[in-house]
Design a binder for this molecule. Structure first.
Ligand SMILES: Nc1ncnc2c1[nH]c(=O)n2[C@H]1C[C@H](O)[C@@H](COP(=O)(O)OP(=O)(O)OP(=O)(O)O)O1
Length: 157
């Protein structure tokens, strides 16, 4: 099995979460956190901070990122496993702006646009929103159907 390591950053303030509308590439036309591939010789915290800055202009120090999730995604017929490290932070600088990849928008925690997000998000976002940490696995058929999954609440990474 090949593995691709990715990051996903969910910025919070009070009762809001910052999401970005993906304008191109993998996950196009979905709202998601900010993130992408971890480059060679880059740590995952540094990669998460870099992707956040590249995709919406917000600056967060790697030390101010809290790892809250680890999710492995597998797609039927594809030997590549996506290993996604999920982070959150309330300590950031700057104001989010649109980039060629993402259109950022704040959403109230009671108004997360699950119908226009990856279908797995509906299952693990409640853990994130209630301050819990988690590990999960999702087997997808295509990009819209989950054939199998497991999700566990953990105490620390
Ligand atoms: N199923 C699911 N739910 C929630 N979030 C995600 C998934 N699958 C995913 O891949 N993701 C996340 C993980 C990453 O944050 C992005 C995907 O990153 P991607 O845009 O492919 O990575 P980049 O490095 O930006 O790619 P290029 O633009 O450079 O090709 O979605």
């Amino acid at each position: 099995m090949n593995r691709k390591v990715l990051t996903l950053v969910l910025i919070r303030k009070l009762n809001e979460v910052l999401l970005g509308y993906k304008k191109r590439g993998f996950g196009v036309n979905k709202w998601n956190g900010f993130g992408g591939k971890v480059e060679a010789k880059e740590g995952i915290y540094e990669a998460a901070a870099r992707e956040l800055r590249e995709e919406c202009g917000l600056v967060v120090l790697p030390v101010n990122l809290e790892k809250i999730g680890l999710i492995n995604f597998e797609f039927v017929g594809d030997p590549l496993i996506l290993e996604v490290h999920v982070f959150t932070s309330t300590k950031y600088e700057g104001h989010p702006f649109e980039t060629e990849e993402m259109l950022p928008k704040w959403f109230h925690v009671t108004d997360i646009p699950f119908d226009d997000m990856w279908v797995d998000d509906k299952l693990w976002f409640p853990l994130f929103l209630s301050g819990k940490k988690f590990k999960g696995y999702f087997l997808f058929q295509g990009h819209d159907v989950i054939l199998k999954h497991n999700l566990e609440n953990i105490t620390c990474f």
